[in-house]
Design a protein around this ligand. Structure first.
Ligand SMILES: [Zn+2]
Length: 370
């Protein structure tokens, strides 16, 4: 159960297939020297419709370029293979993509726990780097460097020499990027200082018997900076007590929520998996936005961590396509009843029988879709 296949039925995507007629074959060639499971992430990405569309477009506009492989070309090639597969059944081994990932990043060759969340961040950042390089050398498709979309969003990055660099908004940004704002209010002069930062996902602390909504509320709760931890107020020109809170300034079109299930326990000197029960809703209202406007999201994919600890485990993906939920477990794909999602919320007991826990949630912005 190491490296997953991308098991996708093109027919499901187009809809209309009654019978699930799937799969076989496991690519074992990349097994050597690996421990843990390779993140089951690509299914979830494949089902991100805007992301897939951009990637396929990228593939068709670049397929004649005989360039060196990079992660983006490998991923685009993989998505294209899935998309153009005429076969009703079958598995496409992501060998080229997996080899490229390993070549690129030592961490994913030898790391003890190949964490799906780190992998997602690594992948998205790599794709952005590649697109930015291409835009610089003029290789990019017009889509990636559309003039009108420059400077619309995001803080301006200041380069080391002090020059302002215009942020390039790639389709990776358009799909996943949101903006958080850190507001700090000096308790002496009441001045509010706001600092923006961009994100591709929100990593949230979790509590036993809670919900995503309450965890998000804690994420945006007000924190007092005092004692050792005072804030330097520019207006008072001194360290002052202050109140700090984090709000969402621009909700992303795809909201990725990472539940911090792996916690370093000092007494144990190692990470422990928190199996806490955290309810995730099908429809999520994001309330902690700057303008206090509710943004509505709909759940379309869940990456589940299976296992009792951080160093051994396995990932499966739950994906919604054409109003049906599917469960992807390496070469096996099954249809799943929506009500079964609750078995992945976590456990209210300390030593659970069930070790399958929702770990990364993918929500689609309903306003952006309409
Ligand atoms: Zn002040």
């Amino acid at each position: 159960m190491l490296f997953g296949e991308v098991d996708v039925e093109e027919e499901w995507l187009k809809g209309g297939v009654e019978e699930l007629d799937v799969h076989g074959g496991l690519d074992l060639e990349d097994r050597e020297g690996s421990r843990g499971s390779f993140p089951r992430r690509r299914e979830a990405l494949y089902f991100c419709l805007p992301f897939r569309g951009h990637l396929l477009e990228y593939f068709s506009s670049n397929k004649n370029l005989d360039e060196e492989d990079n992660l983006l070309t490998c991923l685009a090639d993989l998505f294209n293979q899935i998309n153009s597969s005429k076969k009703k059944t079958g598995v496409i081994a992501p060998k080229r993509f997996v080899q490229r990932v390993k070549k690129q990043n030592e961490v994913f060759r030898s790391y003890m726990h190949q964490d799906a969340h780190e992998f997602l961040n690594f992948l998205l950042n790599e794709l952005v780097d590649i697109l930015e390089k291409e835009a610089k050398t003029g290789n990019g498709s017009p889509e990636t460097i559309s003039q009108s979309e420059k400077n619309v969003n995001g803080p301006v990055h200041v380069q080391e020499n002090g020059a302002e660099k215009e942020p390039l908004i790639t389709w990776v940004h358009k799909s996943f990027q949101g903006i958080l704002t850190n507001e700090t209010r000096c308790l002496r002069c009441e001045t509010v200082t706001a600092r923006d930062e961009t994100f591709f996902d929100l990593s949230i602390d979790i509590e036993q018997n809670s919900s995503i909504t309450s965890c998000l509320k804690n994420f945006s709760s007000t924190e007092t900076l005092n004692a050792e931890d005072k804030f330097f107020c520019d207006k008072c020109c001194s360290l002052q007590e202050a109140q700090k809170r984090m709000k969402i300034k621009k909700p992303p079109s795809i909201l990725v929520i990472h539940l911090k299930r792996f916690k370093f326990i000092e007494q144990l000197g190692r990470y422990k998996k928190l199996s806490y029960r955290v309810v995730f809703p099908l429809e999520l209202k994001l309330r902690n936005t700057v303008e206090n406007l509710d943004t509505e999201y709909s759940l379309f994919a869940v990456v589940v961590h299976v296992g009792s600890g951080p160093n051994h485990g396995h990932y499966i993906s739950l994906v919604k396509s054409h109003d049906h939920w599917f469960i992807f477990d390496d070469e096996n794909v099954d249809m799943m009843d929506e009500s079964n999602l609750q078995t992945y919320f976590g456990s209210a007991q300390e030593y659970p029988n069930n070790t399958d826990h929702g770990y990364i949630l993918f929500y689609e912005n309903l306003c952006a879709r309409n």
